[in-house]
Design a protein. Structure first.
Length: 281
């Protein structure tokens, strides 16, 4: 998304790479990794020019999403992994907010790391979630690009992301701040995470609004505003053997009014507990 033809071709290649990754994912050691990976695996050796691995996981999640008609539990199988060549990386992790990540590390030092990032955002609601949502348009995930800054100090990790839609789906922005800490005990890795995510009005309206063409008596027209949501997470990771890893996660979300007041959202908060067995090779 150069002078103009080269730039256009470059963005098409970037989009293709992200779409290819997302096609492997149903819902990852890393180079300047997502905080969701760092708190489970620790910061990796960033001096290696090439690394990669493959993940196959089974996940059971209990906790009803506050969406009309959605079931209380979900079982899924995910395919994921990580690939890094020099400063370029492809990365995704089922426990992360991002479905897939493609990026370039601008700088990596003892304390700070800076990445240029392109990532696929989670999908919004779609009719496959519930029969009650029939008649509403599916909210496909967008391709977002921007900057990620990660800071490391002992067991604490702080991360900041500023992303904007570069796929033309909604042209909104998302700003996220996260603080996390890990605790190592024998072979267990425990962690907690606190996060806040700002979504612009363009983003929330695309994901949670109801436009005139799809409005009905059940789901009246709704234009969402900007808002900030909060998440608290506790988790544990335990290697069962050389290749098999257990991951457990408990999360609590607090939703802003701009999301909670949507006609197909049924509350201001929700929580979930999940357990995963992941084969890593």
């Amino acid at each position: 998304m150069q002078q103009l033809l080269p730039i256009t071709n470059g963005l098409k290649a970037l989009k293709f790479g992200i779409i290819l990754l997302l096609g492997l994912s149903v819902w990852s050691p890393g180079f300047s990794a997502d905080v969701a990976r760092d708190i489970r695996e620790g910061r990796q050796d960033e001096s290696v020019d090439f690394s990669g691995y493959f993940e196959l996981g089974t996940h059971l999640t209990v906790g009803r999403m506050p969406v009309v008609g959605v079931e209380n539990s979900q079982f899924s199988i995910t395919v994921g992994g990580h690939l890094r060549i020099k400063r370029f990386f492809l990365d995704f992790l089922s426990e992360s907010y991002h479905r897939g990540q493609f990026g370039y590390n601008l700088y990596s030092g003892p304390t700070w790391s800076f990445d240029l990032l392109a990532t696929g955002s989670p999908d919004g609601i779609d009719t496959s979630l519930s029969n009650e949502l029939e008649g509403l348009r599916d909210r496909s995930g967008a391709l977002e690009g921007g900057l990620r800054v990660t800071g490391y100090t002992g067991p604490l990790i702080v991360q900041f992301e500023a992303l904007r839609d570069i796929s033309g789906q909604h042209e909104g922005s998302i700003i996220t701040g996260t603080l996390a800490r890990q605790y190592l005990w024998q072979n267990w890795n425990f962690h907690w995470l606190l996060g806040a995510r700002y979504q612009s009005a363009d983003t929330t309206t695309f994901l949670f609004g109801v436009d005139e063409s799809e409005a009905s008596e059940r789901f009246p027209e709704y234009q969402a505003g900007a808002g900030v949501g909060y998440v608290t997470e506790f988790g544990a990771t335990y290697p069962l053997n050389e290749y098999l890893v257990f991951r457990g996660t408990a999360r609590y979300w607090s939703l802003p009014d701009s999301i909670a007041n949507s006609p197909f959202i049924e509350g201001h908060e929700y929580s979930s507990v999940s357990g995963s067995l992941v084969l890593v090779y």
